[in-house]
Design a protein around this ligand. Structure first.
Ligand SMILES: *[C@@H]1O[C@H](CO)[C@@H](O)[C@H](O)[C@H]1NC(C)=O
Ligand SMILES: *[C@@H]1O[C@H](CO)[C@@H](O)[C@H](O)[C@H]1NC(C)=O
Ligand SMILES: *[C@@H]1O[C@H](CO)[C@@H](O)[C@H](O)[C@H]1NC(C)=O
Ligand SMILES: *[C@@H]1O[C@H](CO)[C@@H](O)[C@H](O)[C@H]1NC(C)=O
Ligand SMILES: *[C@@H]1O[C@H](CO)[C@@H](O)[C@H](O)[C@H]1NC(C)=O
Length: 397
């Protein structure tokens, strides 16, 4: 509640202040506003402003009072920028402009990251556009030439109490937003856009993080809309629109032997448009200590989705590097409730579970998935589960 009041307060304050002003404001305890222009940032989209942003960050981060970094309207050219904590107090980034990456993808391509937040507590990043200009990088990758590994657009590592709100991210080289080793995160009203054919442009990736809420988010991209890695506990996703893209995916898991599990993931009120998958759980056919349990997919509409519901535990491209060819990931207590719409293939539900660790406690309730206006089919391997409610599906369970 306090943060909502705080946010409203800042929006009102910012609206009252002259935009682009070079003055820093100090009307008492709460208006510690640090304008990047004051540090020499240029809003022309051509003059590199990384160092100026870094200075603004350092000023905010070392302030003993809560600080707001303000980025006025305009375009700011940034290279790899590492906003490091720990900070002395909370930091709010209000972006009312566009952050643009260099035109030459090599400038970011070897750093792995474009904008990185590291070891910060109580951080909010509000508003603004991110344009990573990924197209030339994707062309390089598709051409088979030697390309740099690429950069994620905005990454949060070890950030606790994080709000990401109102951001639009377009054309990342790799993933758009990565939440890694964070606790208590709210992602809301975010839009993510990249062409359906852009390689590895995941929308939001969550990994080794607890208590993450993603609401009101629109993702159109070339890879997973949301991907969920190991060590994710208590993730709630609500009001998500996905597609084109590869859907919402728990996994790929079991890449490594020692993995933390994935537990308590809920997706509610989602719509998938023409995506490759709807809700997917995916693991390599490799030994692993990981697991997936207590997952709820509820109130979901599919429009012409290739694999609306899929568990694939036999992922092993070219049959390489999967010695036993079975997955050690045990999947249990997964509920699919009120999922309806159209499949783009005859098999709308695929449960291809591990022979060594069969899926257990899988529940289908009120499922209406059609292909060419008829009940779609399903397939089951190594699975125990139940069905209930109204089923318009040729169920194999
Ligand atoms: C972050 O917020 C928590 C809870 O309000 C507070 O205890 C902590 O001191 C804050 N830390 C910083 C760096 O603002
Ligand atoms: C950003 O600028 C636009 C146009 O000047 C304005 O309408 C909007 O209210 C501003 N947003 C914030 C958060 O200051
Ligand atoms: C996150 O979502 C869950 C489930 O909807 C809700 O109970 C919880 O209050 C939310 N947390 C925040 C911080 O909004
Ligand atoms: C998952 O949710 C259950 C029930 O709410 C809770 O008891 C359990 O501690 C949660 N697991 C984790 C890892 O937080
Ligand atoms: C299943 O969905 C189709 C449209 O997708 C609808 O026409 C049909 O009435 C639904 N069937 C049930 C039993 O809800």
């Amino acid at each position: 509640m306090a943060s909502v009041i705080g946010y409203t307060f800042w929006v009102i304050m910012i609206t009252l202040l002259p935009l682009g002003s070079t003055t820093s404001y100090g009307y008492g305890n709460n208006n510690n506003i640090i304008n990047v222009i004051k540090f020499g940032a240029k809003a022309d989209g051509k003059t590199e402003s990384s160092e100026q942003f870094q200075k603004a960050w350092n000023s905010a981060c070392t302030s003993t009072r809560a600080a707001t970094i303000y980025v006025p309207k305009g375009r700011y050219l940034l290279k790899y920028t590492n906003f490091r904590g720990p900070c002395k107090n909370s930091v709010t980034f209000i972006i009312n402009g566009t952050l643009v990456a260099p035109y030459d993808y090599n400038e970011l391509g070897n750093s792995g990251y474009w904008i990185l937040f590291n070891h910060v507590d109580n951080l909010s990043v509000i508003g603004g556009n991110l344009d990573a200009k990924g197209a030339a990088f994707w062309d390089c990758r598709r051409s088979g030439k030697t390309c740099p590994p690429g950069a994620r657009s905005m990454t949060f590592n070890w950030v606790n109490n994080l709000v990401i709100s109102g951001i639009t991210s377009i054309n990342s080289q790799l993933s758009h937003i990565v939440i890694n080793t964070c606790n208590n995160v709210i992602v809301k009203n975010v839009r993510i856009i990249a062409p359906g054919q852009s390689p590895n442009t995941d929308g939001i990736h969550v990994e080794r993080s607890k208590w993450v809420n993603v609401t009101g988010t629109i993702i159109r991209t070339g890879d997973d809309c949301i991907s969920i890695g190991d060590g994710t506990f208590n993730l709630f996703m609500d009001q998500i629109k996905c597609g084109p893209g590869h859907g919402i995916s728990i996994g790929s898991l079991a890449k490594e032997m020692d993995e933390e599990g994935v537990e308590n993931v809920t997706l509610r009120n989602a719509i998938f448009y023409g995506s490759d998958n709807g809700v997917r759980i995916k693991s390599w056919a490799r030994a692993s200590n990981g697991y997936v349990r207590n997952i709820l997919f509820q109130d979901i509409t599919m429009f012409s989705v290739q694999n609306p519901i899929i568990i694939d535990q036999n992922y092993c491209p070219d049959n390489l590097g999967c010695p036993g060819q079975t997955s050690g990931i045990g999947i249990s207590e997964v509920t699919y409730n009120n999922i309806h719409g159209s499949s783009a293939t005859s098999e709308a539900v695929t449960f291809d579970c591990s022979p060594s660790d069969p899926c257990q406690g899988i529940k289908l309730h009120d499922i209406n998935l059609t292909y060419n206006n008829k009940a779609a089919s399903s397939s089951c391997n190594n699975i125990k589960g139940t069905t209930s409610g109204t089923l318009v599906l040729q169920s194999c369970l």
